[in-house]
Structures are given as structure tokens and as C-alpha cells.
Design a protein around this ligand. Sequence first.
Ligand code: CTP
Length: 405
Amino acid sequence: MNIYYPPQFWKKKKLLFGITGGISAFKVVGFVSHLVQAGSDIQVIMTKAAQQFIGENTFNALTRKPVYSDLFESGEKILHIHLMREYENLVVAPATANIIGKMAGGIGDDLLSSCFFVDPKKVIFVPAMNVDMWHNPIVQENLKKLVAIGTRVMVPSSGNLACGERGEGRLPEQEVFLETLYYLLCSPQSLQGKKVLITAGPTREYIDPIRYLTNSSSGLMGCSLAAAARARGADVTLIGGPMSVRIPSGIRYIPIVSSQDLKTATLEHYDKTDVCIMSAAVADYRPSNPSAVKIKKQGKTELILNLIQNPDILSELGRRKVSQILVGFCAEDGDLLVEAPRKLQQKNCDVMVANRILPGESGFEVDKNKAWFLNKNGEMIDIPLMDKMELAETIIDHLVAFYFS
Ligand code: CTP
């Protein structure tokens, strides 16, 4: 299961986790365990109510340090001040209606609520409760108050709730939680207010109702770019062919099948976009006369397919370009540094990301990519072989540096 954040992001991160008394406290065990393994320094604070749902020893063992729960814990330092100065952020998960109300109402009567008042801008609430409690106007009003002073809130997921009802109020699943936390903590938000359109994955060109021509693109590079742009505050639309990877959270996803679908969907969104990244592996050809019924082999020892060329979507975007920053991808096993500048110019792109196809090492169906970033002024940046999520961040940061700073 792909989770879209660069692996190094959690290394040496110092986070406080405030656990309150909700049934979904058990899920936070998984989050904490994952972050500790990813290299973060996690200190857990539990309220009295949280201890009704999960034992301190679980977190003691996972974080390899004692859980704090008592405001008056004896020691040389004033604990709530010390913790909030020492750690980068406080994640309150699950955040019950009670703790949200307490903090919005100015009550600091235990260690966790006292920590909040030291620095509300460092606090991230992850509310989890029954759907009607979540929609209760007092809870919503309280959250607005907290947001107004700089506290961040992770919107709960929708689905089955512990009470047996369905609706909004679920603590997000681990991959959504970790990705959203990465988005919330990522800084600077250099693409805030920008619309980014990304295409990803392969296309399918049907021969008959059940058979098709395609390629081995997984969609990982495009999904990683979508997450990296979202983490920098962009409003991201991802148009993707049938992908073998999970779609990142927090973005608008438009599934398509064929290259013609891809063209229609891309052109529909292109006018309103600031940056368009064509990382989809578009099939160059499609059967000219697909069969409406399953092709039978009876009596045939040979089957000849007639193919016609698909429209070149990137070239069409290049022709229609007004103020968009247009980014193409060029995957080659041949003369990459000749082909990439040629395609950049011919398709009227601003940037071409050239990546080397080395089976099993770089390019398709692997987690890594070796790339070069070329812009239309002839500048070229050689990017070493790296994890696709790291590469996505590098590409987005180069785009920001060239066009948005
Ligand atoms: N592309 C596109 N429409 C196509 C083919 C490609 O929009 N029908 C886009 C790809 O998404 C990519 C860029 O064009 O951003 C370059 O794709 P690539 O396959 O490397 O180049 P082609 O132009 O298809 O040329 P060739 O396959 O002959 O190398």
C-alpha cells in the first residue's frame, strides 16, 4: 500500500501525541508505531479518559519512553511549557468533542489541555466521534474558534462508526492520516492558491470488450507528484488511467480509461490551471476498428490489428497554452538528452522531465527514477536516481524555484 510522503520527512521529527478518550484511540497505536519506525521522536500524553480505552504501557513500549498524563508530574521543569517548547507539534488524536470544547472554551485543567494554551499554532486536531456529534453546531463553532487562532484540523473520514452508525466522524485510516499530517506539516506552502493538473498512469485502448493494448506504467510517479504539489498547498486535480497504486488523499481524482478520455478530461480542466504536468504514459496507437463483441479465434491462425495514431495531447496543450506552466515527461531507453529537448521544443512545453528507462532500476514498474529537469531556456538539472516520491518533491521544488518565487 503506497503512502505518499518522502521517507526522510519523518526522520528526526519531534511530535507530541495527545490521546483523548475515544474508542479510536486504538488506531493511534498504529500511527505512533509507524512514525517511531520512520525515525520520529514521539512523546505521548494521555488524558484520564484515554486510559479507559488503551493502556499507557502500549505507548511506553512503542515510544521507548514513559507516557505523561499528570500536569503535576514532579520534575525540574514545568512540564506543559517544557514539552511545547521542546517538540515541533502536538497532534491530538483522537480529539473528542469534550477536548475540543475545553480548548475552545479556555479550560486548561489537565496536562494535554494546558499544553494547548502554550502554543495553539503548533496543535493539530484529529477529531473522531459519532456523526451527529461531529455535525453538532457547538462542536463546529468550537473548531472554527480554534482554526481562527491558527490551530489546524484534520477532517474526519466517512464510513462505519464504532457506535454502529455510518457517516462522518471516523478517525482516518493510517495511510490517509500519515499523508494528511504530512500535508499539514509541510512548509513552505509555496503553491498555495495555485491549481495543478496532473495526468498519470497508462491508458487502455480496447481491441474488443475484454482485451486491450496498454503499457506497464503503474501511475506511481504521477500520484507522487500529486501528493507533493498538494503538500505545498496546491489545489490538485489528478486525471489517471487504470493504475496499480493507491490514489493519494486530499486531491480531486478523475479516472479515465482511453487516451481519448484522457484528452477530453485534460482539455476540460486545462484553461483553469496554473501548472499542468503530463506524466501519463499515453498509448500512441489504438485499434482503428475495435470489435463490439469478443473476437473468436476459431478458424484463424493469425490476427492482424490495424492501429491508428492517437492525438498527441501534450502538443495540443502546447498549442492552447496561455499562461500555464506546461510540463512534459519523456521516458527513453535511447538518446534521452537529444530526444527530451526536441520534444520540449516541438510540444511547446516550459519544462521536460527526462527519465531513463532501465528495466528493474529506473522508470516503469519500479519505485525509483533517474531524471533530468530541462527548461525552455536550455537550463538542465541532473537529478540522481532516487525514490519516486523524493523525485516528485524535487521536481515540484524546481518548478516553484523557476516559476513561483
Ligand atoms: N504524450 C501525449 N500524447 C500522446 C503521447 C505522448 O500527451 N499521444 C505526452 C506524454 O504524456 C509525455 C510526452 O508527451 O508527457 C512525451 O511522451 P513520449 O512517449 O516520451 O513521446 P512521444 O511524443 O509519444 O514520442 P515517441 O513515443 O515516439 O518517443
